[in-house]
Design a protein around this ligand. Structure first.
Ligand SMILES: CC/C=C\C/C=C\C/C=C\C/C=C\C/C=C\C/C=C\C=C\C(=O)SCCNC(=O)CCNC(=O)[C@H](O)C(C)(C)COP(=O)(O)OP(=O)(O)OC[C@H]1O[C@@H](n2cnc3c(N)ncnc32)[C@H](O)[C@@H]1OP(=O)(O)O
Ligand SMILES: NC(=O)C1=CN([C@@H]2O[C@H](COP(=O)(O)OP(=O)(O)OC[C@H]3O[C@@H](n4cnc5c(N)ncnc54)[C@H](OP(=O)(O)O)[C@@H]3O)[C@@H](O)[C@H]2O)C=CC1
Length: 293
């Protein structure tokens, strides 16, 4: 199996991190990261901070965020502010963005990383379940982008990076809710890039494949897929890791990508190019089953 650079399963901050980009790439900038208290969002916060950035990590669970912010601050020496917020509730976003501007006086980068997902056959998916995932993934991305744009980016410019997924590129069983929501986000990226470009705002997306060491990966049967050898059918023959996603985000967020906007960068080891994305077949689950998974 092809080897993954950096630690594949580390839940803690990276102990021996090797810089790929200049360490002051984001010096004195501020990033707002939704869902930054865990998984890929946490690693994005860490890598951005290791490049000179201060961060706000925002989601629903303040206890988790506070613990994460402590770790991030002590490991990187930059300031991380944890703020409670639900991307489905615009009022909470407004309050969080106001608090960030009060604390830091600016924001340069927005990472729309928060999402909700589970495996469920379309026939068993309730109307409310589909709506819930659309509200978190798609509306949540729009809500947060709009608040940050109105309050800061409109007058100062900025960089937005959305986190999508390649799972819907060919269609995939048990994922109609998440695949639809992420596809809408890819379109949103292009629309907002066109509308907000004249204000100096770049809008891009990173589309991951299976990324190990997160709650999302566990929920979607990642460990099972791994031990069953399923990822060998991916061209790079493995799941990706959080650091690899964070590096792709860092590129798009930074001045290294100053002429890139409206782009979706696929970071999935080539997974969607092969026929290996038939989760139903690979995990031995049948969509005729009516029970929730
Ligand atoms: C990892 C890949 C593994 C294997 C793949 C194998 C091969 C692949 C090879 C190549 C493929 C290439 C790429 C694809 C790979 C990866 C997958 C891509 C995307 C991954 C995305 C994520 O990881 S997103 C992050 C995941 N994390 C979370 O979800 C955490 C946050 N989640 C939540 O808060 C909840 O789970 C929530 C989303 C349900 C929202 O909570 P809440 O607002 O409290 O809502 P509820 O009131 O609980 O529920 C609302 C309605 O939804 C129904 N529901 C809830 N859970 C389920 C379920 N499990 N199944 C069905 N329905 C559910 C609930 O009943 C409510 O509906 P009612 O009608 O009852 O009201
Ligand atoms: N892991 C993978 O294999 C893949 C992941 N992705 C994408 O990467 C991103 C991160 O996923 P991953 O790290 O795996 O998942 P996690 O479950 O670890 O992270 C999801 C984060 O979203 C936050 N969140 C969920 N709902 C809300 C909400 N309503 N308001 C604010 N925050 C919320 C959660 O925090 P809290 O509970 O505190 O609210 C949590 O921190 C997602 O966009 C996901 O779709 C894409 C493809 C594959």
């Amino acid at each position: 199996m092809a080897e993954a650079p950096e630690d594949v399963h580390a839940d803690e901050c990276l102990s021996a991190y090797t810089h790929i980009y200049s360490q002051d790439l984001l010096k004195d900038q501020v990033a707002f990261i939704t869902g930054g208290g865990s998984g890929i969002g946490f690693r994005i916060a860490e890598i951005l901070m290791r490049h000179g950035c201060d961060t706000v990590i925002a989601s629903r669970n303040l206890e988790k965020l506070t613990e994460a912010a402590k770790k991030l601050t002590s490991t990187t020496g930059r300031h991380c502010l944890p703020l409670q917020m639900d991307v489905r509730q615009p009022d909470t976003i407004t309050t969080a963005v106001d608090e960030m501007l009060k604390e830091f006086g600016r924001v340069d980068i927005l990472i729309n990383n928060a999402a909700g997902n589970f495996l469920c056959p379309a026939s068993a998916l309730s109307f409310n379940a589909f709506k819930t995932v659309m509200e978190i993934d798609t509306m949540g991305t729009f809500n947060t982008s709009k608040v940050v744009y109105e309050k800061w980016f409109k007058d100062h410019g900025g960089s937005i990076v959305n986190i999508s997924a390649t799972l819907g590129y060919k269609g995939q069983a048990l994922q109609v809710h998440a695949g639809s929501a992420k596809a809408a986000n890819d379109a949103m990226t292009r629309h907002l890039a066109v509308e907000w470009g004249p204000s100096g705002v770049r809008v891009n997306t990173v589309a991951p494949g299976p990324i190990s060491g997160t709650e999302g990966y566990r929920r979607l049967g990642g460990s099972h897929a791994e031990s069953a050898g399923i990822f060998r059918t991916i061209p790079l023959q493995r799941a990706g890791n959080k650091t690899e996603m964070a590096h792709t985000v860092l590129f798009l967020a930074s001045r290294a990508a100053s002429y890139v906007t409206g782009a979706t960068v696929v970071a999935d080891g080539g997974a969607w190019l092969t026929s290996a994305n038939d989760v139903e077949r690979l995990l031995g689950i049948h969509s005729s089953r009516s029970a929730k998974l």
